[in-house]
Write a protein that binds this ligand. Sequence first.
Ligand SMILES: C[S@@+](CC[C@H](N)C(=O)[O-])C[C@H]1O[C@@H](n2cnc3c(N)ncnc32)[C@H](O)[C@@H]1O
Length: 338
Amino acid sequence: MNTNDFAFAFDIQPIANAFNDIRIYHLLRSAFDFDLFRAIGNSHLTVSQLAEKTGTSQRGMMFFLDALAALGFLEKEKETYTLSFLSKQLLLEDSPDYIGDLLRSPFLNEDWEKLTEAVRRGGPLEGVEGQAKAEEFFPKLIQFLHVVHRNVAVKAAQAIGAGTVHNGLNVLDVGCGSAVWSIAIALADRKAQVTAVDFPKVLEHTRSYVQRHGVADRYHYIGGNIEEIDYLFENYDLIILANILHSEGEKKSRVLLKKLSELTSSTGQIAIIEFLPNRQRTSPVEAILFGLRMLINTTEGGIYSAEEYEEWLKEVGFNKISYHDIGSHSPLLLASKS
Ligand SMILES: C[S@@+](CC[C@H](N)C(=O)[O-])C[C@H]1O[C@@H](n2cnc3c(N)ncnc32)[C@H](O)[C@@H]1O
């Protein structure tokens, strides 16, 4: 055997990923076990000071703090560590954007323990569909989605032209969750009015996000199942469907799009934000893996290519379709009738 034969004839990254994927989750859980973020607070502290404060070994703390700094959770300057802006805003308990409880819970990872069974059955033993399940599951998920979508929602509002090309938009946010997408629009277009739709118990959380961001006087709410409620007849200028159609699945999505098409003004637009796998479902990997989440949690949900969304949209009169990079794995799809 020569040296070249010793090398594998394939990329070994997929197996390295299999070993490594779980690292950051455990790192953060341990940080919460040590109450590390609160221990640092607004101070600049050394390894030995933090080892003493958290009751850990100096050797352990040294490796641990360096890893958190390398990942952007801490800043390291000479021998001292401080919280990064991200940690101050998201991981300190007194911040309104605190998501530590969610991160330290198994919530975002426990789905994957159901994978074997979901593949065997072709769906979940117990999904998150139906009002009762959804009202238990989504208030937690939207905390995470609110944080990860804040920056891209601002880019989406810019791409839509809220407050620049368009003023006084009449917006319908369907399956609004934390209303992160429409809040960004309402902040850019100070005359926008938003109707937010979701299950009633989720809307209780929506209201607090809307209030916190100072746009409550321009929000109206409709509580209920998006497939069944009677939408007030309105000529909406913009209908937001962010991360909704995947869990509806093809059949219900087509029915929903038809209903929403009737509520859109002749110049109105539908904004869809979704993972877009290629037609062959070989990439991007984030979208393909998200398909498994749909298998684990829903009976009809899925991931759909741009071509599929275009077909459904054209079927209900949305003939003009454009895509906008908003700095996320999910581009913004904008569709209008003319
Ligand atoms: C994945 S979250 C997306 C939230 C938000 N649009 C975002 O992108 O951050 C899905 C939201 O749609 C709501 N939802 C899902 N199915 C629904 C239905 N049939 N009726 C009403 N709301 C629904 C959930 O309660 C949840 O708030």
